[in-house]
Design a protein around this ligand. Structure first.
Ligand code: PLP
Length: 452
């Protein structure tokens, strides 16, 4: 390959754009060397090494992701260690990255899809094909007519409802899946609650079961979602207890329970402890037969920590009244930072090359022409300059999937490699940062403390 003949010194000074091109090629030794240099550069920078000059490397490169296969593997192993009895169905909505889907599938993870398109993505990227439709749970409780047709055609065998109306729609379509009933659960402690929109409250349990019986559709089991990013791990326990109550009151044997998603990497072990103990309680209780099958729909657990976003400052100018600075980032609220309004995330960053001593008022704007495109604000933000690169770890969930190309700005490229991936929590936290758009989108979407 011609690239091998480029002298190492030239390679070291090559733009990151070229570097990323090179590393995606088969890797002869010279390119390995290049990879090492850049990797040290990025990693060293994030560990606050001061020596590096980034400008020549990255001037011509737009935002990009580094997705770590090792980090994905680590999450899969962690899941298996903590919840060996629960089969994960990855929530594709959190990030439909093709190689992520493929790697998860190769490791026995199944898929929670919310639409026909997600079903097709899974087929295309995971290599599972139509024959293995049993690996897909169509977990949207209100499906479009055309998606119902697609699911029927693909022979998807399991879906979720939370109303008798949805049972009738499925029945009239001729599709014959087994049905999970999604219950309304207490999700008050979560950052993104769902109970205003989804779930069957106690008063509707019997009518849904009645509809299933008349339609001749089989009850697969029960499902719930305690909301994303819950601060209360006991909500999983309470929700599992509610499933037990459902079984007792309706006198139906429950074969399977789907414990949903919402698993935060930081609190995963606490949640797992609660879940294991709630399952054990059910198994020990002789009155109501326990489900034999347990599944879950983790999204962010797999997609979040595995992705590191790199993006740079394309402009820096004085703040209003000459106080502080207004920075423009080569990304936006309409792009990868859509996780702030839609998922209430508060991304943390570090300047590649280490933070500076100087601090002051700073506005971090996105690159679009909309003034609402304000990513972050702080009175004590680290001083940035045009050309600086920022590294945002843990940016894989509800970023790419909910981003648009508003104003004609393309989505970032994705590089699938371990080098350059940064573990969230390992970087210095910017003090006093607020995310104004996140605050504005905080409406109450929880039904509250539901007494089912
Ligand atoms: C039905 C359903 N399952 C699973 C998930 C994944 O949640 P998380 O990414 O918080 O694990 C979601 C998120 O919106 C969801 O709506």
């Amino acid at each position: 390959m011609a690239l091998v003949s480029i002298p190492t010194s030239t390679l070291i000074n090559a733009s990151l754009k070229n570097f990323c091109y090179y590393i995606l090629q088969p890797t002869p030794p010279a390119l390995d060397k290049l990879r090492q240099v850049i990797v040290q550069h990025i990693l060293g920078a994030c560990a606050n090494a001061s020596r590096v000059s980034t400008s020549s490397i990255v001037r011509n490169h737009s935002s990009f992701y580094v997705v770590s296969p090792a980090a994905i593997q680590r999450q899969i192993t962690l899941w298996r260690q903590e919840l060996p009895q629960i089969t994960p169905y990855y929530a594709v909505k959190s990030n439909p990255d093709s190689r992520l889907l493929n790697k998860l599938h190769m490791n026995g993870v199944k898929f929670d899809c919310a639409s026909g398109r997600e079903i097709q993505d899974c087929e295309a990227y995971s290599g599972i094909g139509i024959a293995v439709a049993k690996d897909i749970l169509f977990a949207n409780p209100t499906k479009t007519e055309s998606d119902i047709q697609l699911a029927a055609q693909r022979k998807i065998m399991e879906t979720v409802v939370d109303s008798p109306e949805e049972v009738w729609r499925i029945a009239h379509s001729g599709w014959r899946p087994n049905i999970f009933i999604r219950l309304t659960v207490d999700d008050m402690a979560s950052r993104s609650p769902f109970s205003l929109k989804f779930g069957a409250e106690r008063h509707s349990w019997k009518s849904i079961l009645g509809a299933l019986d008349i339609a001749g559709l089989k009850l697969a089991g029960l499902s719930f979602h305690i909301g994303s990013a819950s601060s209360d791990a006991t909500q999983y326990r309470k929700a599992i207890e509610l499933c037990r109550k459902f079984s007792y009151e309706t006198k139906r044997k429950i074969d399977a329970v789907d414990i949903g998603g919402g698993f935060m990497p930081e609190t995963f072990k606490d949640s797992a402890t609660q879940i294991r103990s709630a399952i054990k309680d059910w198994q020990m209780n002789g009155l109501i037969p326990p489900p034999l099958r347990w599944i879950a729909e983790p999204g962010r657990f797999f997609s979040s920590v595995t992705h590191t976003l790199y993006t740079n400052i394309i402009g820096a100018k004085a703040g209003p009244g000459g106080v502080g600075w207004r920075y423009t980032l080569d990304e936006s609220i309409y792009g990868q930072f859509s996780c702030i309004p839609f998922d209430h995330q508060r991304p943390n960053w570090v300047r590649v090359g280490g933070n500076r001593v100087e601090r002051g008022r700073g506005f971090l704007f996105g690159r679009t022409c909309d003034s609402l495109d304000l990513i972050a604000y702080s009175e004590t933000m680290n001083r940035l300059k045009e050309g600086d690169w920022l590294c945002f770890p843990g940016m894989g969930a509800y970023t790419m999937s909910s981003s648009s190309e508003f104003n004609g700005f393309p989505r970032p490229r994705v590089y699938y490699q371990d080098e350059g991936w940064v573990e969230p929590g390992k970087i210095e936290i910017e003090p006093g940062v607020i995310f104004p758009i996140e605050t504005k989108s905080s409406i109450n979407l929880s039904l509250g403390d539901i007494k089912n």
